[in-house]
Each structure stands twice: as C-alpha cells, then as structure tokens.
Design a protein around this ligand. Sequence first.
Ligand code: NIG
Ligand code: FE
Length: 414
Amino acid sequence: MTILFINIAQLVNVRESAILLRGEALSQLPVIEDAYLLIEDGMIAAYGKMYELEINIPKLPKNIEDVAGRFIMPCWCDSHTHLVFAGTRENEFIDKINGLSYAEIAANGGGILNSAKKVNDASEDQLYETAMQRVHEVAKLGTGALEIKSGYGLSLAAELKMLRVIKKIKQQSDLTIKATFLGAHTFPLAYKENHEDYLNLIINEMLPAIASEKLADFVDVFCENGFFSTEETDKICQAGKVYGLKPKLHVNQLNSIGGIETGIKNNAVSLDHLETLTEKDIKLLGNFKGCSTLLPTAAFFLRMPYQPARALIHAGAAIVLASDYNPGSSPSGNMNFVTSLSCIQMKMLPQEVVNAATINGAFAIECEKENGSITLGKKANIIITKKIPSLAYLFYSFGTNNIDRVMIKGNFVL
Ligand code: NIG
Ligand code: FE
C-alpha cells in the first residue's frame, strides 16, 4: 500500500543513518516539524517539510492522510522479552504482596521453575497461539521489533519447542523478531546439585540441536547468585560463539558478581537488568562498546531500586530500554509505560527514552538496518499519536493511551 501522511506536527527520530547513541548523545533526538511521510511497499519512501512536498513529490498518491496535530515516530524496539510462556503467575504476585521476596519464591520451587513446568506441559500450538496474542497486543501498543527468549523449557525437548514457536512467530509476523536461547535461565531441580551435567546438556546437546535448526540469533545466561556463576556463564558464552551466537546476558539484577566483566570479555551485544551496580560496574559499562539494557518495569514490579540511568549516561554507556515481558517479574510488554516510568523514576529525558527504546533498542538486537528510526528504506513501522501538545506529554501523561494508530511493515494493526 502507498500512503502519504501530511501535516505531521512532528516527525520524530529522523536519521539519514544510525549509530548507537552513548552518553550525552542519547538526548539528541532529530525531529522535523510540519512534515510529510510517504510509505510505499511497507517501507519509508520519502519524508520532508510540508513546504517541500510539491517539489519533492510532484505526483501525489491517491491515499493521503492529514494527521494535523499528531506526532509520528518509529515503533518501539523491545530488545528483551520472555513472551513465550504458558499460564500466568498471579499467585506469586499475592505471595510477594504478603512479603516473600523474588529469591524466596524461586527457592520454594516457584518462579522460573513454575513456568518451566507449565511450558513442558503445553503443546507447541498452545504456546504459539498465546505468544502470538501477546505479539499482537504489544504491536497495538506500538512495538515493531521484538526479541524473544527461550528459557522456560530447561530440557532439550522443551527448549527446542519454545525456540520453534519463536521461529514460527518470526515467519508469520510482520514485526521484526529475534530469538535468544536462554537454556541457562535456572538449574532444573534434577540438576540442582549437579551443575556440570546441566552445563554439558546445554553445551553438548541443546546448542548443537539449536544451531542445526537455526533456531537462535543470540545466547543468554542468568548470571546471578543461586543461578549461574560467572565461570558457568563464561563457558556457555564460549560454547555459543562456536555456533555464531553472540551473548546478551542477564547480569546484576540482584547482586554484582562479575557478570559485567564476563559479558565484556565475551563481546556481549548487550548486558541487561543492571539494578545492582557498583561504581566500578558503572565505569565498565561506560567503556563497554555494547548496549546497557535497563528493564525498569522489572524493578517496579519487584519493588527493587531502579537502575542508575543518569550515572550510566554520565559514564558514557549506551542505554537501551526494554520491557522484560515475562510472567514473573514484568507481566507487561507495554513500552509506553516502560518509557514513562524511565522518565519518572530514572530521571531520563523524553528525548533520551525515545532514543533508548527505538534506535538503541534496534542495535541491541542487531536490526538497526531496518528498524529504530525514520530513515529511507527502513521498514514502515510507525506510531501515529493522538493530538498531543508536545513530545514530553507522551511520557508525562503516564497510563493514558496516546496512540491513535500503529503501522507495521506498511499495514495498520490499530
Ligand atoms: O528477566 N531474571 C531472570 N529472568 C526473568 C524473570 C523470569 C521469571 O521470573 O519467570 C527476568 O526478570
Ligand atoms: Fe529477562
């Protein structure tokens, strides 16, 4: 479909080419006021100032939409989710209200193991259907690119089942989808006292099978006390590398145990969570060439301290914002809330949260060539807002639905 949007109040995040934004550069958000935008064949075909429209596009298409008073911006790139899961965990939510901690719930056989049991019992079709509903749900909330992790299987068969579901979503959805293998999410009960055998299962059985079916783009490990040590994380990163899988790691959610050093050593694409950082960690992330991905809704939901976004930006880190959509620590994939919360609780500026959740998010899953900014030739994944007075209003009016329409690959999904 060809469609021309005219009288756009602000066309947001317009870039001729894109680089990963670090430090102070995160606040530089290029916009065009009073703009037009032409979409052709699912791609961004032209844009510019309204007064240049006649010269630049002498033959106007039939389909023209006047969006006066509205903003158009690139869709969110949500670079960290676990949205393939079976069943929800609101019982643990009540346990948390009654005072149990995330670690205590996990130690009682709840948490990830609870979800793993449900995923093992579910069929591939059931998992696909519920996950696809979540993909549609977040697309209507403005997400156009998604990373999805396995990690609720924890056996060869169930990890493959999850990754096949993600592969099918990739084939069926117009969103850009990336798959991450997270077999090292937690130790299954049978391996609680025998870590070595589970590591061997991951390295010698899961990884080769996943690689032979081309089921994953990245490898992830939950590097944390009570989960995977830095040595175990290192081994899995090295094993993934043999199959061309770059690491994206869960580090420093609950403790600072050296996950950041391990990630840097293994050229991680991104290091994610980062609730618990020492001064040294912040310095390391400031010099780290990959992404530092903050998941503030997980901190919100678990009542943990928020990530120190300002200190990280000051140190020069490349901040990314993502939802962590999962049934345990962030049962929402709403990037509008993630970005609002980041302004409110982490003191990020509106311009910074847009960049962190669009172009930097695209870099965190290596899809920056087709997503994350208004750039010629990129996928037409755009959010059209309702009439709003300013960009800041989007984040200030938290919880309000400011999205009028969403287009993914040139088709309206809302
Ligand atoms: O990113 N922290 C590890 N993994 C998920 C939570 C998984 C769960 O509780 O089911 C996270 O927060
Ligand atoms: Fe996560």
